[in-house]
Design a protein around this ligand. Structure first.
Ligand SMILES: NC(=O)C1=CN([C@@H]2O[C@H](COP(=O)(O)OP(=O)(O)OC[C@H]3O[C@@H](n4cnc5c(N)ncnc54)[C@H](O)[C@@H]3O)[C@@H](O)[C@H]2O)[C@@H](O)CC1
Ligand SMILES: Nc1ncnc2c1ncn2[C@@H]1O[C@H](COP(=O)(O)OP(=O)(O)O)[C@@H](O)[C@H]1O
Ligand SMILES: [K+]
Length: 543
């Protein structure tokens, strides 16, 4: 595994206000996480056994909170410090009165810290079984124990699982009892999320920080629900990692929400033009428009083919509608010519929703890109620039361009296969942004990335409520609405991604929650107001 290149530089850390860093850690490679451990042990003189104890205590607390009925717990331990965490956890649970069994490969060589843990488990007479017994028949354990802990391998995995470990993982996956993985599901590589045979966990307790392997490739589903355990690594150490992915959370979402001064008039909250729609797909534009308006923009205009304009005008009062010349219900080439004269009135444009990829639409996108203005291209506009990637470079240094592809659109745009994007999203994003450094990319999926040439952030909150036609249009409208009101576009994109996802589950704990199957993308918009209120409170609290 390649070791990260960053070095410990105390001056870099302490010249800054250390509190600045005291926020939730991002997502790091597991090589970086190993480096954090090393820096903490060597430079902060916090012994590795202390970190291990913190890890084990944190895990015990989370297991008790998540599985309050589990009283009998079997812990599968490997030959390294992941196994050491497992043994320390076994001791802590045992001393709290749980019935605990340790499963360890017979004659296993143990790491130094694990040896310490092993001695104390032996002295306490905690039940110890050879892992071989579990591999031969896991069912007696299924009958006697309520929960398994997978502490076989963590960040030290350096080859595919084989032999008894592979068999143990297969048995764990067949078991009907819940499995909690320590740090990372065994068999998954923390740097890449790849693996051959690996544990499918019900809960993964990530030590210190989330690793890439929790959010990408096979590791994403294998990890299922991830909770982070604070093991006592100083927060400022995380900031040393240049390769980290920021975690999009409520606090960062609050940061990207525009501040709304009570004294300003509509002209100061953005003059937005949405360009899109067609006779067959006017709903996409209407949903984007409603989302954009409810995000707070001052004025909103829609430029859409005549027949779509008539249909939208009949149901929407929020936007000014400019009918465009059309051919068979889609933008005509003349529509693009007229657009040139219109654009100067607007401060932000969103283009693509329901637009089609006919010649007129092509010319509309080209016209926009020749103009030095800030804009989002979504949906069909992305399909169009995929056919003309050279257009992405026109005037690129004079404007911010936001692209919001889903994985298939990103595949068309970047040339990477869907499989490559799913297996190695970070590499694909990185390569794309090296080619187009002035773009902000929002790569949408169950895990969504927001990236520019310098930053990459992630939202990992899968929710089938959003797996519906129109969710993307609503997101494009929201991003446009937040960006039109401020100049920190990257933060606004991350904020919109969080709000959009949060809006899908907003009623989760209320009786009036709409079932995910029955929820429509328009219901998302109804939840903006409550979410904005919450984010404003977070912002006041942090000020
Ligand atoms: N370094 C530290 O101070 C801390 C480490 N922590 C824990 O330590 C873990 C990392 O510990 P280690 O570096 O010991 O690594 P692991 O415990 O992941 O395992 C490494 C050991 O497994 C062997 N191994 C790797 N792949 C194998 C395979 N496929 N089949 C059989 N054997 C294999 C290696 O040769 C090595 O002996 C973390 O994931 C975390 O759980 C935590 O306790 C926090 C503090
Ligand atoms: N399972 C899921 N979990 C979380 N978010 C999802 C899921 N499925 C879709 N989404 C989100 O919903 C939106 C769908 O966008 P897109 O695929 O462009 O839809 P459409 O073009 O139909 O509007 C994206 O923001 C995506 O991240
Ligand atoms: K593990």
């Amino acid at each position: 595994m390649k070791e990260p290149t960053f070095e410990f530089d105390p001056s870099a850390m302490f010249l800054e206000n250390i509190q600045y860093y005291a926020s939730e850690p991002g997502v790091h490679s597991s090589s970086a996480a190993r480096k954090f451990d090393q820096i903490t042990i060597e430079n902060f003189h916090i012994p590795s056994l202390v970190l291990m104890e913190n890890a084990a205590r944190g895990m015990a607390d989370r297991i008790i909170a998540n599985y309050p009925k589990a009283k009998k717990i079997a812990v599968l331990c490997g030959p390294g410090n992941n196994g050491g965490d497992g043994l320390a956890l076994a001791r802590i649970l045992y001393l709290k009165g749980y019935r605990v069994a340790i499963l360890l490969k017979a004659d296993s060589a143990l790491s130094d810290d694990e040896t310490v843990q092993f001695e104390s488990c032996l002295a306490l007479n905690i039940q110890l079984y050879p892992l071989e017994l579990f591999v031969e028949d896991y069912r007696p354990f299924d009958e006697s124990y309520d929960l398994y802990v997978d502490a076989l391998f963590g960040s030290g995995l350096n080859r595919p699982l084989g032999g008894i470990y592979k068999e143990a993982v297969c048995a764990l996956n067949r078991s009907i009892k819940p499995v909690v993985s320590c740090d990372i599901p065994s068999g998954i590589y923390g740097n890449t999320g790849q693996g051959e045979t690996f544990v499918y966990a019900d809960l993964t307790l990530a030590l210190d920080c989330r690793k890439f392997g929790h959010i990408i490739s096979k590791g994403h589903q294998a990890s299922k629900t991830v909770e982070v355990i604070d093991i006592g690594i100083p927060a400022a150490v995380h900031a040393l990692d240049p390769g980290q992915i920021k975690w999009i959370n409520k606090k960062s979402a609050a940061h990207g929400l525009p501040v709304r001064s009570r004294y300003l008039n509509k002209g100061r909250f953005g003059k937005v033009l949405l360009c899109g729609g067609s006779f067959r797909m006017q709903g996409a534009l209407a949903m984007a428009a409603s989302s954009c308006f409810h995000a707070g923009v001052g004025t909103l205009s829609l430029y859409t083919p005549k027949s779509a304009a008539r249909a939208i005008a009949a149901k929407m009062d929020l936007a000014m509608i400019i009918p465009a010349d059309e051919t068979d219900g889609y933008f005509s080439e003349q529509a693009a010519d007229r657009l040139t004269d219109l654009l100067d009135q607007y401060t932000f444009v969103c283009c693509g929703n329901g637009m089609g990829t006919e010649d007129g639409a092509l010319k509309v996108v080209h016209t926009l890109l020749k103009k030095r203005m800030n804009m989002i291209l979504d949906a069909d506009a992305i399909n169009i620039v995929s056919r003309h990637p050279e257009w992405l470079k026109i005037n690129s240094e004079f404007r911010t361009l936001i692209l919001t592809p889903h994985v298939v659109e990103f595949s068309r745009l970047s040339g990477f296969t869907v499989e490559q994007i799913q297996n190695s999203p970070i590499k694909c994003i990185d390569a794309f942004l090296r080619e187009y450094p002035n773009i902000i990319l929002v790569l949408k999926s169950d895990v969504t990335f927001v990236a520019d040439a310098e930053n990459i952030s992630v939202l990992d909150h899968p929710d089938s409520t959003l797996s519906k036609g129109g969710s993307g249009d609503v997101l494009a409208g929201l991003i446009c609405g937040l960006c039109a009101q401020q100049s920190v576009f990257y933060e606004a994109c991350a904020s919109a991604v969080w709000i959009h996802n949060q809006a899908a589950s907003y009623h989760q704990n209320n009786q009036d929650r709409i079932n995910p199957a029955c929820f429509t993308p328009l219901d998302l918009i109804e939840n903006y107001s409550s979410i904005f209120n919450e984010l404003e409170k977070v912002r006041e609290h942090c000020a």
